[in-house]
Design a protein around this ligand. Sequence first.
Ligand SMILES: [Zn+2]
Length: 90
Amino acid sequence: MSAKVHAFEPSGRRVLTVVGRGGEHWVDPEARACSCASYHYRGPPCAHIEAALGGDPETVTFSDDEYDEFVRGLLEDIWGEHARQGQGAP
Ligand SMILES: [Zn+2]
């Protein structure tokens, strides 16, 4: 799994994602939080958090103009995985 830091300029916002089997996940390594279904249903640490903490993530710089579209695409990925994993859950 590969961790990637998306750095948005000039605001300095940073979003760390890890691409895994279920798609791309939003990881907050300091809070030990991840957007994946495994984290939400089984708790930390999931493989994405370990990947984020374990390596030196690649940093890719984007413009703030791209932030909204980036987050929208990321959330669609996350919701898609939760919809698949959450089937049968209350
Ligand atoms: Zn995860």
